[in-house]
Design a protein around this ligand. Sequence first.
Ligand SMILES: [Zn+2]
Length: 343
Amino acid sequence: MKLGASYFGSRHQEHVRRDMEAMAEAGCNSVVHTLSEEDMTYYPETMAEVVRVSKEAGLEVFLDPWGVGRAFGGEAFSEFVSKNPHCRQAITINGNGVGLGKACLNSQVFKDSMRDWIELAAGTGADGVFWDEPHLYYGELVPLFGKPQVVWACTCQTCQRLFLEEYRHEMPSDFNEEVKKFRQDTILRFIGSLCKAASGKGLRNALCIFPTLDPRYGVYEWEEAVKLEGLDVFGTDPYWLCFNKKMEDFVRDVSRTMVTLCAEHGREPQIWIQGFRVPAGREEEVGRAIKIAYGEGVRNIAVWSFQGSDCMSYLRSERPEVVWQKVSEAYRELKVKSHERQP
Ligand SMILES: [Zn+2]
């Protein structure tokens, strides 16, 4: 059984060591460390130290390309998009292409830079890599005059050319079935190539996609994602507070689907639990969500993030220490339960 949390609070080795020990004390045996563009540039050896002290605390370590190219989830800026404006995702507004602050997943330059990221990740001694929420932009424009308009990426030159090659006609301007499929294929081909490269370096691959089958979020046929070659762990993040859903139903339904799908394809299901922006008085939902995922058969559970996300005001829960206490109580309870089940 894997119980973990993500971490991005400090790059100071002694602080990280103390936090990793606190994490192990709370019942964790796994951690996801963020490895942003800033880390790649200014902290490469530091990240190897972070991985080392985490392992010394008894934790399995996965690394996350946090906000890299702003095409993955994460609260980190991207230098890639400013250095490579021709590799950005684009939307089309009234027939005009508009570049966004996100890298295009079909850009060869971006794919090459992800190879560098994998190289660095492998060099730290981490156990695996965590591909978190790879996405293409989607939005709805409501002009003061005229009709509301759906805008979606990616309509850059590269994507238009690939679409034409594949579908034998120009990319349509509306968000139709072909466009939905092309966007999903773009995300999955991108992740597939990263999985292959990472497995070749001895890293395990975990993928987390949005907890919805809504095509606006990119991947809407999960059975296409679970099959990706080289994928070990397949998961999603039913953050009920973000999606404004009832925790019990959301976590249970998504966990159940994930467990069934992963069993069919020999993958390990992973469920992420919301441990950020938790309002005061609702902390016990975090502990209950962990137990619901476990009850559905998930044996790889992680919380975003360590100590109720106390280190970042943008994500911090109202009472982060209470959130972490609930996580710790639930994790310790599950550890006892899983020991009892073993012969
Ligand atoms: Zn593109």
